[in-house]
Design a protein around this ligand. Sequence first.
Ligand code: ATP
Length: 247
Amino acid sequence: MFLEVKNIVKSFGSEQIIKELNFTLNAQNTMSILGKSGCGKTSMLKIIGGLLSPDAGEIILNGINVANQSPKHRKIVYLYQEDLLFPHLNVFENIAFGLRLKKLPENEIIQKVNSIIASLELEDQSGKMPHQLSGGQRQRVSFGRAIIINPALLLLDEPFGSLDAGTRQRMQELFKKLTKEFDITSLFVTHDLKEAILMGDQIAFMQKGRLKVYQDKTEFINDKETGVQDEIGFWDGLKSKETISKH
Ligand SMILES: Nc1ncnc2c1ncn2[C@@H]1O[C@H](COP(=O)(O)OP(=O)(O)OP(=O)(O)O)[C@@H](O)[C@H]1O
């Protein structure tokens, strides 16, 4: 198993916000995590990424317990909705940043960055500064910056939350393509039911600090707690009202 999270617990004061977190994830798979506001999703990602210390538990990544390692040693990238691009660097340099830190030869940097820019369909934007880009384009640059350093695990916190429906759909398709192309393993937090189903090889639902991982999408869809049945009921109700009004 590529990622094993074992018995993670976390409290703030008397409030236990993460309760016995246990799950596993195979390499090159995406787990969608759905849950209401305040249920503990961001805290869980921050613990796995090393930005928040758990009170107890283990995070085993590729056979190594990283729970006590600093964030920069974990090879985990945490990407959230408000992407953080360097405002004074253009698209190419924002994406190249991680490689420059590693002091790779210039020709290798150029080749790698241009190849990612092409995969992200950003060829025409390469010289632009972040403030000259649309929200969806900025989000793609963030992906590029994350992917180019080959993270062992990518943590995505509602990455498409601020995008309009059409851009969001294109980003979902692009993300699917890139995860295959770059062998990415990821946890994908979303508030959107459809997105959770589309993006995840596995689906989990968080409620009051407890994570329930489903065996398959059917089990997730049939669980009344997730809200999928209410959604289906809503559309079915609308359809039958239309049928009645047509007659
Ligand atoms: N630094 C902190 N100190 C005290 N309580 C905190 C802290 N950070 C988070 N919490 C609490 O922990 C709980 C979980 O917060 P978290 O941000 O993980 O939720 P979330 O599921 O990501 O919510 P959202 O979907 O709204 O982003 C909330 O009750 C929140 O108030």
